[in-house]
Write a protein that binds this ligand. Structure first.
Ligand code: ACO
Length: 326
């Protein structure tokens, strides 16, 4: 049976750190509030002229180098992002161009913070069907460009970065065991960026109403996230006939430490088996899981044959899980 296996990973975060102390000078907030409510200490901000595809390129280059393969061997490039370089073309096309990957088709996926796992679902399906053999999957965001730096409810949360994984067809026992994706558009108003699309096209009014920035009803989103993720991770274990004790590492979307610990505690997994980097990266939306995955893989936190559980929740609303045998 064909399976998608992760051949290598890579990640990149911009060098500029934005600390809670700096945010205290920008909006009415405090390091104490941000730490207690979110767990975030600092986040990275893309430099002027550094775009989402540039972040994606750096992460992808590392993944290609580590795999020891060249970009012209890629069949497909998928970029999960909500902050692409431009509405047209897809950021994946910019990436394809920079990587020099002429044999790859390229497209973007928008599933907000669940984007990488939605991309993994597509990747898995393509590989299982035999349609493509080698796929580059990237989550990349320059959220700072769409953050309202006057809105304390959101500006303390987000950061920029990118993570990449190269997946290949295998008939061995390791690889993606399951991916489950879900959406519920009923709740679209909880998290959105209203301006610039066909509903609110570019206009002076849209600008005056700050419609080009991300809006979030954080507390309502929080409650649904905790409830939904509890069921999601238990379902993922059951589907794979696994027990929480079989999971070597939980790699959650990095939105809020309270959401992460509630999910881990529901599973009965101690925090030593949970990958957390949101204290240093903030919420990087679609980039968060692949950055955390790369950090875990490159620091030896995942070993051959380990089972890892990935989970995400975000705008849409969307949510998703994956179980991978390393
Ligand atoms: N500094 C100080 N006070 C603040 C700040 C701030 N930065 N932001 C909000 N507050 C205040 C509020 O005004 C409110 O004050 P009030 O009680 O006087 O009205 C109080 O703090 C509590 O606000 P809540 O919004 O209820 O705070 P909560 O504990 O819910 O934390 C947070 C907010 C961190 C946003 C949390 O709700 C959260 O993490 N939500 C989920 C986010 C998420 O998972 N999103 C999906 C992924 S993101 C994506 O898809 C792009």
């Amino acid at each position: 049976m064909l399976r998608a296996r992760i051949l290598s990973t890579g990640s990149y975060v911009p060098s500029r750190r934005l600390t809670n102390a700096e945010l205290e000078k920008m909006v009415d907030t405090s390091d104490k509030w941000i730490m207690e409510r979110t767990g975030i200490k600092e986040r990275r901000i893309a430099a002027e002229g550094e775009n989402t595809s540039d972040l994606a390129y750096e992460a992808s280059k590392t993944a290609l180098d580590r795999a020891g393969i060249s970009a012209d061997s890629l069949d497909l490039i998928i970029v999960a992002t909500i902050t692409g370089d431009m509405p047209i073309p897809a950021t994946a096309c910019f990436l394809q161009h920079r990587l020099n990957a002429p044999n790859a088709a390229a497209f973007d996926i928008n599933a907000a913070c669940s984007g990488f796992l939605f991309g993994l679902s597509a990747t898995n399906a393509y590989i299982k069907s035999g349609m493509y053999k080698r796929i580059l999957l990237v989550g990349a965001e320059a959220l700072s460009r769409f953050t309202d730096w006057e809105d304390r409810n959101t500006c303390v949360l987000f950061g920029d970065g990118a993570g990449a994984a190269i997946l290949e067809a295998t008939d061995g026992p390791s690889g993606v065991m399951s991916v489950d994706i879900h959406s519920d558009g009923t709740y679209w108003e909880l998290l959105n960026l209203p301006g610039g699309g066909s509903k609110h096209p570019p206009s002076k009014e849209a600008e005056a109403n700050r419609m080009y920035y991300i809006k979030m009803k954080g507390n309502e989103t929080f409650k649904i996230a905790v409830r939904t993720l509890e069921k999601l991770v238990l379902d993922a274990l059951q589907k794979n006939n696994l027990d929480a004790s079989d999971i070597a590492l939980l790699i959650p979307h990095q939105a809020n430490l309270r959401i992460i610990s509630a999910t881990a505690s529901r599973l009965g997994i101690g925090m030593e088996r949970v990958m957390v980097n949101l204290d240093r990266c903030g919420n990087t939306s679609a980039a968060s899981i692949p950055i955390a995955l790369d950090e875990a893989a490159s620091t030896g936190r995942i070993k051959e044959d380990d089972y890892i559980l990935l989970e995400a929740f975000g705008g849409g609303l969307t949510w998703a899980s994956a179980v991978i045998r390393w």
